[in-house]
Design a protein around this ligand. Sequence first.
Ligand code: FAD
Length: 466
Amino acid sequence: MTAVIAAKGESFDTQVPLLIIGAGAAGLCAALAAKETDVEAVVIERDAVPSGSTALSAGLIPAAGTRFQRAKGIADSPELFAADIQRKAHGEGDPAVVEAVAKGSGPLIEWLTDRYGFPFDVVDNFNYPGHSALRMHGLPSRTGQELIDRMRSAAEASEIVILTERVAERLVAEPDGRIRGVEALRGDGARERIGCEALVLACNGYGGDPELVRRFIPEMADALYFGHPGNRGDAVRWGEMLGAQLAHRGGYQGHGSVATPHNILISWAVIMQGGIQVNAHGRRFCDETRGYSEAAADVLRQPGGIAWDVFDARIADVARQFDDFRAAERAGAMVSAETIADLAAIMRVPAANLQAEWNDVEKLKTAGDRDRFGRQFSPAQRCMPPYLAVKVTGALFHTQGGLAVDATGRVKRKDGTSFPNLFAAGGAAAGVSGSTAAGYLSGNGLLTATVLGRLAGEAAARQVSR
Ligand SMILES: Cc1cc2nc3c(=O)[nH]c(=O)nc-3n(C[C@H](O)[C@H](O)[C@H](O)COP(=O)(O)OP(=O)(O)OC[C@H]3O[C@@H](n4cnc5c(N)ncnc54)[C@H](O)[C@@H]3O)c2cc1C
């Protein structure tokens, strides 16, 4: 049970300088950053082995102005990146936080590379909607599992204590909101009270709490939740009890391309390279390139709550850089045929409709024209047989609303003042995507987990007496 209890007369089993709840990307970046300033950070994590939504992600972190971009001749800057974030978020992102994460993104990638040996490179064979430069940085496997495994190894090598199988249930706070410590339930059923001088909430959002999803994001109340089930909105509930300011509660990262019934992510690269989505009637229903996040609700509104991604072998080759895509192929999620008519028969959609949509789109590609939804096509996107299709649905990946923070992750009260020693990062904090799914620019999730995690860890460490 999530609760806040008054500090009067509370005693603790142990006392640590800095306590961090959650060992995902945000928590581990915060811990590494604090440890570098010689502050002991202790992380508590509900799982036996830290994974979080970070492990479920593609592990792609957007960053501007890195040496990896420069080596490939990619021109980019924090200013350009910040402008992209705000354009997608319709200007709703907190300007100070947007600036801080855009500015900190390049240094974050180089920090993890140089100090901890992460072998990042920049994805240069496709771009995500809304990014005006190629700036997605990924690890060789393009998986979040590799990202979290490397973060955990870095934390272990830095002798950071991660207390696993501990669920933080209660915050102990003074009347003014100063955090004194946390009460955690251990895997063996015992309770443990850990006192701290500063606390970082890195326990992600409320995607794993159906009641909060229904309350804040009714359009996704019945959608598949594709994130980590242990992210149950604790930060938001504690925040509400402490009088914290909550922001952008309706914001979320959706995804309109999860293979069903296999439940495997199909990269949006299939769309950005020239693929399309059709519904069960073989009809297109939107400009797919606006973004995969808003596509989730679009797909769920189609008959049966499904759509088909339709593309070709060239596009499949690009998508195969993702483990998930290869896993979907192994699971038999793809169908393929030499003609669109044969593909339609396998998909059981009206062949005449699919053929008409396909012919239209191929003509638009040749002409480099826009379609009726406003999607811009180009000749490089032309498709050739064999054709492929995969049945997909829309899913909720993670929530973007959360505790309002300043540019160092310090949590704000409702009146705009800051709590003295409470910080939040990643999905626990309000993101930079604004109040709707459409505001989510690809990579905003790991961006605010890693960069804001690092900034919060540094700021929280400054809070601790030495
Ligand atoms: C399928 C999928 C693909 C994605 N792909 C990308 C991508 O490529 N790029 C991108 O930027 N973003 C992506 N995202 C979003 C990204 O994964 C998240 O935004 C990011 O991982 C959040 O990091 P975090 O550290 O805040 O949370 P998490 O990684 O979820 O870590 C939170 C941790 O807190 C623990 N915890 C929660 N409550 C408690 C408690 N009370 N006590 C103790 N421990 C607790 C959890 O067990 C968890 O380990 C994707 C998400 C999904 C689901």
